[in-house]
Design a protein. Structure first.
Length: 339
């Protein structure tokens, strides 16, 4: 059994912890929190051993009546691998601790690519993470773009990808984020950070990205244009290609899902935990071929699409399964893949 620690039990960490408990080859050693809030109490109720991420705050947990299993250093020492799901920048501060205990670490997309040995996407470059000490699971948007572009590149070749990302202002629980009533170029210059981030997975891919931030919390939306080296005659061929990918969901026109709001409602209706959508959600009727150009719209659930990638990265780092085996196991145990 792979002993997994999760340092940081917020939006991503709590989802990764739940996913780890579903894996037949993994054991959740525990989770670490900085403060005794509702998430800490929920972790204890679920039976997850809880560790203090900051030793000086142990007394705060004691005062709140929340039982601790120890400190984060003890958690890291007990684990075969640690998933760092701390806020952006904190992972870099934690790196020395992971090295001190010789524990491989996975970081999230908010950390710099320079921090790690390799950036990771299961569909794009699974094998490159094997044996690495520090691996970065790329951001929600980069994950979504990598999942899409990998099969397209393999089937047709990509001459140029152009993507406009319409980004949510914050997650539902991020009350301090914005904009509140505005639409912002983010950034106003070309490219946004997403294109260079995709290049950490596909170094030779020619991609430009633009970003906009809007006052929404549900999901991101991508407008995608890919100039293909060998374009198919009909869009149906591309639809069939994408439909074969378990982590791509082609939204049927008959579903009458016209935006992120209905997508989230659909996720709740089919019983997804927290209304999560682990898959790219691609509007089937938007998939179009004009000459050599492929066009489509896709929605990315920023709170959850990287969760299966973290699970796969655990196996990749430790060499416990190849890409196909790991992705299939993760998909089956989590229920990834929509008909």
């Amino acid at each position: 059994m792979i002993r997994v620690a999760v340092n940081g039990y917020g939006t991503i960490g709590k989802r990764v912890a739940d996913a780890v408990t579903l894996q037949p080859d993994m054991e959740l050693v525990g989770v670490a929190k900085t403060r005794p809030n509702h998430e800490a109490e929920t972790a204890v109720r679920k039976g997850y051993p809880l560790y203090a991420a900051i030793e000086d705050r142990v007394h705060l947990f004691e005062e709140a009546g929340i039982e601790l299993a120890g400190t984060v250093e003890e958690l890291v020492e007990a684990a075969d691998v640690v998933v760092d799901a701390c806020p952006s920048g904190i992972g870099a501060e934690n790196k020395a601790m992971y090295e001190a205990y010789d524990t491989p670490a996975l970081y999230q997309g908010g950390e710099s690519a320079d921090l790690v040995d390799v950036s990771f996407n299961a569909r794009g470059n699974y094998d490159e993470a094997e044996g690495a000490d520090h691996v970065r699971v790329v951001s929600c948007n980069t994950t979504g773009l990598s999942r899409l572009l990998a099969p397209v590149e393999e089937a047709y070749g990509v001459e140029k990808a152009r993507v406009t990302l319409v980004r949510r202002g914050g997650d539902p629980g991020q009350t301090g984020r914005g904009p509140i009533n505005d639409i912002l170029p983010n950034p106003v210059t070309l490219p946004s950070h997403h294109g260079p981030d995709v290049n950490t997975i596909f170094p030779d891919l020619d991609i430009d990205t633009l970003g906009m931030k809007v006052p929404a919390t549900l999901m991101h939306t991508h407008s995608v244009n890919v100039t293909l080296e060998d374009a198919p005659d009909a869009a149906d061929e591309v639809r069939d290609l994408l439909a074969e990918e378990s982590r791509l969901f082609l939204i049927p026109e008959r579903h009458d899902i016209d935006g992120a709001g209905k997508l989230k409602e659909y996720a709740y209706d089919i019983g997804r935990p927290r209304g999560d959508l682990w898959e790219n959600c691609i509007w089937e009727e938007s998939v179009s071929i004009e000459g050599d150009d492929l066009y489509l719209f896709q929605a990315i659930h920023q709170e959850s699409d990287v969760v299966p990638e973290n699970v796969d990265a655990i196996r990749a780092v430790l060499g416990e399964a190849d890409r196909g085996e790991s992705m299939a196991r993760t998909d089956e145990t989590m229920g990834v893949g929509l008909p």
